[in-house]
Structures are given as C-alpha cells and as structure tokens.
Design a protein around this ligand. Structure first.
Ligand code: T1G
Length: 695
C-alpha cells in the first residue's frame, strides 16, 4: 500500500474520472515512487466502481521527462516501468494522457500505453534515449511504429528529436491539441471513451513497412551515428515491431536496453548530460549575482561579430552593432541580412520571426552608440594594439555598471582589461564560429575580473542556450590550446609516415565529424599561419616544430577550400588527395632525416588522444580550468569530440590513466609523483621527442 501523504502521485476525482496527478519536481522523472504510485492508481481504479475512466497528468513545468537519470546504472527497483505501461494499456477503463511541457522517454512511453493522448499547443513529445546511449526501454520502440508507422517512428527514435504538438497530431501520435484547459479537455476525452472498444496501440499492426525503404533508413542511421551504438540498435529493435508480436518485441527491447545501460557509451553520455548542467555551477561563484542585461553592444560586424549579434537577437536581446565606417557597417548589415535569409529559406524560422529578430538590431557608426549598453562584446581584428585602444575608449564610454567583454581567441585578456582602466568589469567571452550555432562559450576570467562580471557571462550563456566553460587566461584558453596540441600531433604523423587523408580517416573513425586537415582546409590555413609567424621569435628551438608542411602550403598560396587547394585539392566541391601534397610531405621528411614508416589508424588516434589528455592535464594543473568536466565540455561542444566518448578527460579516467584528474588537487598530486608512465603518456613521449639536432 502506498502512503498517500508522501507519494508523488495523488488522485482527484472528477465526476467518474480519476485524475492521476504526478508531482515529482523538477521534471517529474519516473522514480521508483512515481512508478509505484502510478501502478497503485491504475490498480485501485480497476476495483473502484465509481471510476469510469482515468486521466494521467502532471504538476509543475512538464509532463514526465523520462526515467530518473540519477537512478541509471543502479540495480532497477520494482515496479519496472514496462510493467506500469502494461497495466495502463490493459486497463479495462480508458486511460488518457494529458501532455504539457516535454513528454520524453519513459514519460512518452507512459503516454503511448494510454488509450488517447491530448497535448497542449506548446507541448512536445520525444524519445531521447539514444542521446543517453540507450534505446527506449518501456515499449517506445514497439508502440510508436504501430501508432505512427515505421518510417516516422525510426526517425523519431533514432534521432531522439522532440516533436511539436502539430506534427504529433499529423502523425497520429496525439489525438488532439487542447484549445484551453488541458486537464478539462483530457477529462472530456476520457469520458467520451467510456463504453466504446479501447484502442490499444500494442494490438495494432505496424503500417507502411516497405523492406527497401527500411533498409535505406538503416544505412542513413548508421552513417549519422558515427560510431555511436544506440541509434543503430534503436533502429534495429524498432524494426522488429513489423514482424514480432508485442510481447516478443518488448522482451527484445528490454534486453537491449539493459545491455546498453551497462555499456561505456551510455556511461559517457550520462556524464556529458550532467556535465552540461554542472558547467554553469562554478565553484566559488555560487553567491555571485549577475548584473542585469537587456541591451548589448557588439563592436565589429565581421563574421564573428555578425554571428554574435544574431545569437543575441535570436535570444530576444536588443543589440547595437558598431563599426568604424559606413562601408564596414553596410557590409555587416548585409552579412546579418543574408544569414537570416538563409535561415528562412531552409525553413528554420519563418519570415515574421526573421523580421522580429532583425528589428531588435540597430547598426551604428562610432562607439558612442554603446554608452547605454549593459554589456559590450568586442569582436574586432585579433591585434593587441587595436584591442587595447578600443578598450581604453570603451572604459570611458560604457556606463559604469556595464560588463566589457573581449572575444579574443588567443590574446592576453589581462592586458586588454588593464587598458580599459576598469579591469574588474572585463571578461573574455570566446564564441566559436558560427557563433549563433555553436554551443560552446568560453568565459575567460581575468586576474581582476569581478565575480559578478563572470556571473554575468554565465547568465548570458544560459540566455543564449550555450554551454559555458569558465577558464583562466592563457594562450588559446582551453579549447584552442588543446586544439594546437591535437594539430601538432596530426602534423607530426605526416612527417613520420602518414598522409592527410589517412589522419582524417583515423579521426573520423574515432568519431569526429571531420578530420583535422579537412577542417583546416574548410576554415582556411592563413589564420594559423599568421599566428605562427607572430610566435616565431619566441619558439623553443628544442621542441619539435610541427608545421613545416603547413608553412610551405601557405607559401604556395594553398590556403584551403577558398583557394581551391590546401591539404587537399578541390574540384567542383569534391575533396581530392593531391600528389603534390604527398610529394611535399615526403620531401620534408627527407629533408629533416625522418624515416617514414606507415602509421596505422589506431596509433594515430592514440597519439592524438594522448596529446589532448596531456594538454588537458596541464591546463588543470595550471588552474586554467578548475574541473576536468570543463575540458570535456569544451572539446565536445566546441571541437566535435564524440559525445558518446564523454570527452577526453572522462575517457582517460575510464581507461585508468594515473593522471586522472577529477580536480586540481589530484593533478598536483599526480604531478608530484612525476606523471607515472601510462601507455598513452609513453606513446606521447615517443612521438613528441625533440629534434634538436635537425632544427
Ligand atoms: N532524470 C533526472 N534528472 C533530470 C532528468 C531526468 N530524466 N531530466 C532533467 N533532470 C534534471 C536536470 O539535471 C536539472 O537538474 C533539472 O532536472 C532541470 O533540467 C525506460 C528510462 C526535460 C527538456 O533524457 O532533456 O526515460 O541541474 O536544466 O532546460 O525509456 O532536462 O537543476 O539539479 O535540463 O528546462 C530520460 C532529459 C530518457 C530527458 C528540461 N529522459 N532531460 O530542460 O531544464 S531515458 C531524458 C531533458 C528513459 C525509459 C528510460 C531536459 C528537459 P539540476 P534542465 P530544461
């Protein structure tokens, strides 16, 4: 018997209809108590003659958003969700789900076990299990194909995407959208079902199963998954709904769910889920209150400035974009306009949304236009003198409560802050291009940045829907600094015996969306070249130099896709391995007396992973990052590190590297022991040997 006073499930009676209300903040996850309460409610309705029908609804912000992720990986406690769903579906009295917020995972599976579904206009349904390395485990893979057809079900299950109410109705997933009072309308639907034969989804046959189309769908899922297991398995199990009776399909689903739950990919994705949320809770800033912001200034309307302005306007903020001259301002305006045109053309937003967002933007010449802004973000040319001059003026023009942010990628935030004369108001806000799409936002905390200025950066990230990673000041912060170590290792591989397409293939097989050389061609080789030339005088001659081949490519004018050639040659958009580059690489190896030998994909991956993890360890030891999870988030959300691996530091932890570095103290300890040799580190030491004699 459930104790009604403590159960998160209670029942209200509405003239023959039992309204079963789940109240388990924050997202009504199906904890054991919720499962038990629901089961009890269905059982008690069975014997209560006064109850003719049931409605399941939720209190708070959302319908059930799924299983309780904090319980995952622990021994499951009865009653299990599939049994609860079974009791709902087989109930002789109609059960209707009243959906608001996000009915996800186990929550949507409860709804699929009901005999009808009523949705609020702004509600969404979805099966996000694949994003946690799982497949739906309470009937989702077997009921959704029976209800919506195989094609739609495969798309929803394998992508994990959320489906809006209108689409849910058009796919037959929801019976109707409530026009006003959701619970009242669901109760009315429940009453209308009393006495009629009930539609049990589990008893339906799966429509539109075309073997050829399904085979094609399987190929698409596999390609998109890029090494992630769960979408492929979810697709395979869902396909069984076409041929197996419900019971057998459910048994196969459950077995796969349990298997994946115990696997490394699910553990990694759970780590990523919680790390994404933990990233914004920065130790030491718990009590810092962000400054208020509504109106934001952006200095510079180049690619980055325009992208930042779009991200801000998209989030409902007022933006003033400033440029130095009329021509640059007009170019910026055109850049923004064409970005919105692309978005309306692709159907991402409609014309009225586009107009509304652009109406929030003002364009002005001269910094004076920013005097009333709450926050100013600088995105001008990457040059210290230019930035210092700008901050000197901003320090005088911006109102005293304004936060001043630099979007520098590499320059010293402290030197920029000092120029402003009000360093406590200055932080780094490092966006990644395209700034309106990429989720990572590095927030650099200068030596004198005040806690409330940093907290303002965190609040901005939340408003923009970005993942904030707070870091200290160093060359390249977290992301670009690790990227430099990654790139260097990739370039060593070329001199040692590999070719660009082999390195790219190895890293794509690892799970990156694109290999490092293809990315470099896409973004252009010139920026890194300029930086190398700038740093040349301070380069340590004892350390092996990585970019001899890159330097020569740049000198030849091969700057990447924009010049038709870089690490590859491009013909009508196609990437082609270029014998000229192969010869150049072989010449460099010979010139520096490096004996070339084939390098297999696994070795390439291992060396690059070692470089990433070691740089991450140094970043922790120097306190540039305060937690390993910040490094994982930077790599996943800024650089395409496969999320199903959990990030480089999580992986190092999983495979038991001794440098495993939950926090700075642990690193310091590990450093104190002199970095015990571990396979990855040993490998790195070998491939990172110095070439003092030949340089
Ligand atoms: N379990 C435990 N905690 C959860 C949770 C969950 N499922 N979902 C959210 N939280 C916590 C989250 O950590 C945060 O806590 C707070 O709720 C608010 O979340 C058999 C078993 C629902 C769209 O994958 O997608 O069902 O940080 O900041 O932006 O098939 O949370 O405040 O302490 O994200 O408004 C499991 C995951 C499928 C959905 C709300 N379900 N959640 O977004 O708030 S597996 C999911 C979300 C499954 C069955 C299996 C989002 C959201 P804290 P938030 P939000």
């Amino acid at each position: 018997m459930i104790d009604a006073s403590t159960s998160p499930v209670r029942i209200e009676f509405h003239d023959g209809v039992a309204l079963v209300l789940i109240d388990n903040p924050p997202v009504n996850a199906t904890s054991r108590a919720v499962r038990a309460g629901l089961l009890e409610a269905v059982h008690s309705a069975r014997t209560n003659v006064a109850v003719k029908a049931l409605v399941i609804a939720c209190e708070g912000r959302t319908f059930v958003a799924g299983g309780d992720i904090r319980e995952f990986g622990k021994p499951p406690l009865e009653p299990l969700l599939p049994d609860v769903c079974d009791a709902i579906e087989t109930s002789a009295k109609p059960v209707v789900a009243a959906l608001h917020g996000t009915a996800l995972g186990g929550g949507f599976e409860i709804a699929l076990a009901c005999h009808a579904r009523v949705m609020n206009n702004d509600a969404r349904i979805g099966l996000p299990e694949v994003k946690l390395g799982l497949i739906p485990g309470a009937g989702g893979t077997q009921r959704l194909p029976r209800l919506a057809g195989m094609r739609a079900a495969l798309d929803i299950i394998a992508s994990g995407r959320q489906v809006k109410a209108a689409e849910a109705v058009s796919l037959g997933i929801a019976d109707c959208v409530a026009e006003g009072d959701l619970r009242g309308e669901a109760i009315a639907v429940a009453r209308s079902l009393v006495g009629a034969p009930l539609r049990r989804i589990g008893e339906l046959a799966t429509p539109d199963f075309d073997a050829k189309a399904i085979e094609a769908a399987r190929g698409v899922i596999e390609k998109k998954a890029r090494g992630q297991i769960s979408p492929v398995k979810a697709g395979e199990i869902a396909m069984l709904a076409a041929t197996l009776p419900l019971r057998q399909g459910l048994a196969r689903e459950r077995a796969m769910f349990v298997e994946l739950m115990g696997g490394g990919q699910s553990r990694a994705l759970r780590h990523a889920f919680f790390a994404e949320r933990e990233a914004s809770r920065v130790p030491g800033l718990e009590n810092a209150a962000p400054r208020a912001f509504e109106s934001i200034g952006v200095v510079g309307a180049g690619t980055m400035g325009a992208g930042v302005a779009i991200a801000l306007a998209d989030a409902g903020l007022r933006v003033t974009v400033v440029e130095t001259g009329a021509a640059a301002l007009e170019a910026g305006r055109a850049r923004v306009r064409s970005a919105y045109e692309r978005q309306t053309k692709s159907g991402r937003i409609d014309e009225s949304q586009s107009a509304e967002r652009q109406a929030r933007m003002a364009f002005a010449e001269g910094l004076e236009a920013l005097s009333s802004c709450d926050l100013v973000i600088e995105a001008v040319f990457e040059d210290m003198a230019v930035k210092q001059a700008l901050f000197r003026r901003l320090g005088l023009i911006a109102k005293s409560s304004a936060v001043l942010a630099t979007n520098t990628s590499y320059l010293d935030v402290n030197a920029i802050a000092a120029a402003s004369g009000r360093a406590r108001d200055v932080i780094g806000l490092h966006f990644f291009a395209p700034a309106n799409i990429m989720r990572l936002l590095e927030i650099a905390r200068g030596a004198d940045s005040s806690a409330d200025a940093v907290a303002t950066g965190l609040a901005l990230a939340k408003r923009l829907g970005k993942i904030p990673v707070v870091c200290g000041v160093c060359d390249g912060f977290i992301g670009n600094r690790i990227l430099a170590a990654f790139r260097a290792q990739a370039e060593f591989a070329l001199e040692d015996g590999a070719l660009p397409h082999e390195v790219d293939a190895a890293m794509e097989a690892f799970g990156f969306p694109m290999g490092p050389f293809a990315v470099s061609d896409l973004s252009g080789l010139d920026i890194a070249w300029a930086r190398r030339k700038r740093l040349e005088p301070s380069r340590d001659p004892q350390t092996r130099y990585a970019s001899r081949v890159a330097d020569r490519l740049c000198a030849m004018g091969r700057l990447g896709q924009k010049t038709g050639a870089g690490w590859y040659r491009y013909e009508s958009g196609e990437r082609i391995v270029d014998p000229v580059v192969t010869k150049l690489i072989e010449d460099v190896s010979a010139e520096f007396a490096i004996k070339r030998a084939p390098i297999d994909a696994e070795t390439i991956q291992r060396n690059i992973r070692a470089a990433i993890v070691n740089e991450g360890a140094k970043i922790l030891a120097e306190r540039v990052a305060s937690r390993a999870l910040d490094i994982d988030m930077a790599m996943i959300h800024g650089f395409g590190y496969p999320p199903w691996r959990g990030g480089p530091m999580f992986e190092a932890d999983e495979i038991g590297l001794p440098l495993v570095l939950k926090d700075v103290e642990a690193v310091a300890l590990s450093c104190g022991r002199g970095w015990e040799p571990a396979p990855l580190l040993v490998d790195l030491a070998r491939s990172n040997q110095t070439f003092g004699a030949t340089v």
